[in-house]
Structure formats: structure tokens, C-alpha cells
Design a protein around this ligand. Structure first.
Ligand SMILES: [Zn+2]
Length: 457
């Protein structure tokens, strides 16, 4: 997936990583949880932000040297559960083999994030919808190539007392165990502050986009929404938005490939997750001339249907647009991605100008899309809407978000799941893209480059 997800996700706040194996025997006297798990040890990462007042000290004696035992095929997770109470809560997930894990925390809302190598999650559908004690719910899924994630929603400030991996023994499967204890907001924020400082250091090292290659190509980035741990909208029948939009993006890419001037890339090409900011960064790194985010959301009220094109505006065009943007912007929270303070404030006049011009181009593109869809594809009654979508915030890349339809509407769902309908819609959008570039290329020929070159915001 190019330069995107892996690198950006690597900047998460890692508080402790638990290497496999860690085999010192260390039954904890303080564990009064009814799940009887004999601990085999915890290895805290070097410089762990938890090394202070949190009692990771007991029983920490990692054995050096050995690597992870070989397991045939990908690890499979088959069951997960939460036990304990409001003072002390244990999360357990059964695995087909041992795996290295790392754990970090996020606030607003309080979450504990457990990262693991890529694995198959074959758990009952209801798993994680409700929790117990300090955990109100949890989610799991692929987060990027080679990496899976579990996100525990905490009921308040918590501390990770222990996190460890057990091998299969005595008829029990291998398990990931995370013990949480109640903490204070002050202590929680202090832990976050330390790890955020480290993350900011890591982010400084991120490469700025180099100069755009002067090859006359028109660069288009297609952005199939959601992915991996974040399924997006789910239709009553179980159809997932993330699958529909990836299928559509592939079809659209194929249409665009007919034009040799286009260079088309996608923010994801498989069922993995990319954070919203990562999608914006991806477009900027690719020197995109156009960014098209593709969605098929749901909205309360099954009568809402039809394609809608959204462009960026701080003020939403109406309540529905505001609500769609709000739910889209929650993607990172669902996936346990740290969302840095909004660094979006425009201090640089150049960026401001670029942004205004970029927005104008985006609006032109949105109108093209609506015009091309109209003859063939059912549109929402007000098909061009504006709202504060995070994914549309690149200051120098004209960006639009196309809701192909709404999975909450059964008739729309029928269309969205039809390859034929998607094909027809992809043809219409590719025509809109052609038209957008025809007019832009004419402008550029007349007046030189139209997009001012700007630095990083
Ligand atoms: Zn969506």
C-alpha cells in the first residue's frame, strides 16, 4: 500500500511491547479474577512509559535469545472475553499460536489498543459488542498489512497492569491477556503525555513530499473508505461498506487505466485500515491532482437514498451532511488511531490561498460528477453537499467524497451490490474526471500552473 498506512501507524503510542517468549513463572497474588491464568511473564519494552508507578515490576523476567516459535499458517483468534469488575478487569483472547503484542492507550474516549501480527479473526459475530468492568466494548481487525489490532473501549481512566502472552498448555489454547486497573485521569494523562512526546519525535522524521515528477501525468488517488478493523456502514443483510467501496474503486481504476495520461493509485488495495490523516498524506505524497474518496454509508431513515457528492467546508450545508461527516470522522477513533491536536489552523497565507483555490476546483469536480451521474444513476435530492470531512483536508489537492448510495436503504443496497450498476456508475465518474482534467489542462495552458506550491501545513 505504498508509503501510507504502515509508516503512519508506526507512530502510534507504544507503551509496552511484550516479546515472545517470556517464560519466568510469576503467579500474581493480586489477581483475583475468576479466569485462572498462570502467568508466564511480562517483558516490558525498553524505556516503557509504564515503568513508573504501574506494577509491571512483579514477575518481569524476560528470557533472552529465543525467537517466536514457528506456527504453521496465520494465527487464528477464535474467542475473546472480559472478566473482572470496576477495579480490575482482564481481557483474554484465545489464539491458535503465540504472538508478540504491544499495548498503548488513547484518550477522548479512553481506549486501550493491543497490536498483534496479522491474524484471522474467527469469532462469534456478537463478540465485543458489550464488555465488563473497566471495558465497555471492544473491536478487532486488520489495521495494515501484517498487523492486526484490538481496541478496548474503557469506561474511564485505566492503567495496564500487565499484558502478556501464554503458550498453549494443559489443553488450553495460547492466549493474549491484558489486565487493566482503575486509574486517575491525572495519571492517565501523564502516561499519554510521555508517549505522545515520543510520537511527535517520530513524526518529525516523516519525509516531506519531494518535487512532483515532471512527466506530464495527471495523478488521481482513489480512496476506498474504511477497511480492516473499521467496516464502515453495515446493511441489515450484513453487507459491509468497506467491501463495496473497494470493489467500486477497483472498477473505477480499471476505467481510468484506459487513459495513458492518468496515473491512478489507491489508498488501500486490500481489506486493511488507513487512518484519515494517512489518506490525506498519501494523496499529497503522490502529488495527486485529484482525490476521490468513495463511500456507501448509512443514515437513519431508510428512505434516504441516492448518490451524493461532498466537498469540504467548515460549515456543513445541512444537518444530514454534518452528521455524515461526524460519523466518517470517527473512523480513526474506532480503529484506535491517535488523532493529534488539529494542526489544521491556517497560519500561512499561501496555504490559505491554495486551500481556497483547491476548494473551488473540488466544487467544479463535484458538479461534473453530478452532471455525469444524472442520466444513469439515482441521485440524492440535494446531490452536492458540504461538510468538514477530515479526509478532504489536503490544502493543495482538489478532493471530493462520493457517497455512491446508502446501505441503510434496501433499494440502494441492491444497486451497490450489483457489479453491473457499479460498472455503469464507474463509467459516469470516469467521464466526470475526464471533463475535470480537460478544463484544468486548458486553464493551465492559458495561465501556467494553477495550484500554488505550498509547504507542509
Ligand atoms: Zn463511509
Amino acid at each position: 500500500m505504498g508509503l501510507g498506512a504502515g509508516r503512519l501507524l508506526a507512530t502510534g503510542i507504544v507503551l509496552l511491547s511484550i516479546a515472545w517468549p517470556a517464560s519466568a513463572q510469576s503467579p500474581s497474588p493480586r489477581l483475583a479474577l475468576n479466569e485462572d491464568v498462570a502467568e508466564v511473564g511480562v517483558a516490558a519494552a525498553e524505556g516503557s512509559a509504564l515503568s513508573g508507578d504501574v506494577s509491571l515490576k512483579e514477575g518481569i523476567a524476560p528470557e533472552a535469545g529465543e525467537g517466536a516459535p514457528a506456527v504453521a499458517g496465520p494465527i487464528v483468534a477464535r474467542e475473546a472475553r472480559v472478566v473482572g469488575d470496576g477495579a480490575r478487569t482482564r481481557f483474554i483472547m484465545d489464539l491458535s499460536g503465540p504472538a508478540a503484542v504491544s499495548v498503548f492507550m488513547l484518550d477522548e474516549p479512553y481506549r486501550v489498543v493491543v497490536d498483534l501480527p496479522e491474524m484471522h479473526f474467527e469469532l462469534p459475530a456478537e463478540t465485543g459488542k458489550s464488555g465488563k468492568g473497566l471495558v465497555s466494548a471492544f473491536r478487532y481487525g486488520l489495521i495494515s498489512a501484517g498487523k492486526s489490532r484490538i481496541v478496548l473501549d474503557a469506561t474511564g481512566p485505566v492503567a495496564v497492569d500487565k499484558a502478556f502472552v501464554l503458550p498453549a498448555e494443559k489443553g488450553q489454547p495460547a492466549r493474549v491477556v491484558v489486565d487493566l486497573v482503575r486509574s486517575t485521569r491525572t495519571a492517565f494523562l501523564e502516561t499519554l503525555r510521555v508517549s505522545r512526546d515520543r510520537m511527535n519525535e517520530a513524526q518529525k522524521a516523516e519525509a516531506l513530499p519531494g518535487p512532483a515528477p515532471n512527466d506530464g501525468k495527471l495523478r488521481i488517488v482513489l480512496d476506498p473508505g474504511h477497511g480492516g478493523i473499521d467496516s464502515g456502514a453495515i446493511a441489515k443483510s450484513g453487507t459491509l461498506e468497506k467491501h463495496i467501496v473497494l470493489a467500486f474503486a477497483n472498477q473505477l481504476k480499471e476505467k481510468l487505466a484506459a487513459n495513458p495520461r492518468y496515473e491512478v493509485t489507491m489508498t488501500r488495495t486490500d481489506d486493511s485500515f488507513m487512518p484519515l490523516r494517512g489518506r490525506v498524506q498519501f494523496a499529497r505524497q503522490k502529488h495527486a491532482d485529484l482525490f476521490v474518496s468513495i463511500h456507501a454509508d448509512s443514515f437513519s431513515g431508510a428512505d434516504i437514498r441516492g448518490a451524493t457528492v461532498y466537498t469540504l467546508s467548515e460549515r456543513a450545508s445541512d444537518r444530514m451532511a454534518a452528521s455524515i461527516a461526524e460519523s466518517e470522522n470517527k473512523s480513526d477513533i474506532l480503529a484506535g488511531v491517535d488523532v493529534p491536536e488539529d494542526t489544521d489552523e491556517v497560519s500561512d497565507i499561501l496555504i490559505d490561498l491554495a486551500r481556497r483555490e483547491t476548494k473551488n476546483f473540488a466544487v467544479v469536480f463535484a458538479r461534473n460528477v453530478i452532471k455525469e451521474l444524472k442520466p444513469d444513476v439515482r441521485l440524492f435530492k440535494r446531490p452536492h453537499q458540504q461538510a468538514g470531512f477530515m479526509v478532504l483536508k489536503a490544502p493543495d489537492v482538489p478532493s471530493a467524497l462520493v457517497e455512491l448510495g446508502y446501505l441503510s436503504n434496501p433499494d440502494d443496497e441492491k444497486l451497490l451490490t450489483s457489479a453491473e450498476w457499479r460498472d455503469k456508475t464507474a463509467v459516469a465518474i470516469s467521464r466526470a474526471i475526464d471533463e475535470f482534467f480537460r478544463s484544468r489542462v486548458a486553464d493551465m495552458a492559458a495561465s501556467g500552473p494553477v495550484t500554488p506550491q505550498v509547504g507542509e501545513p
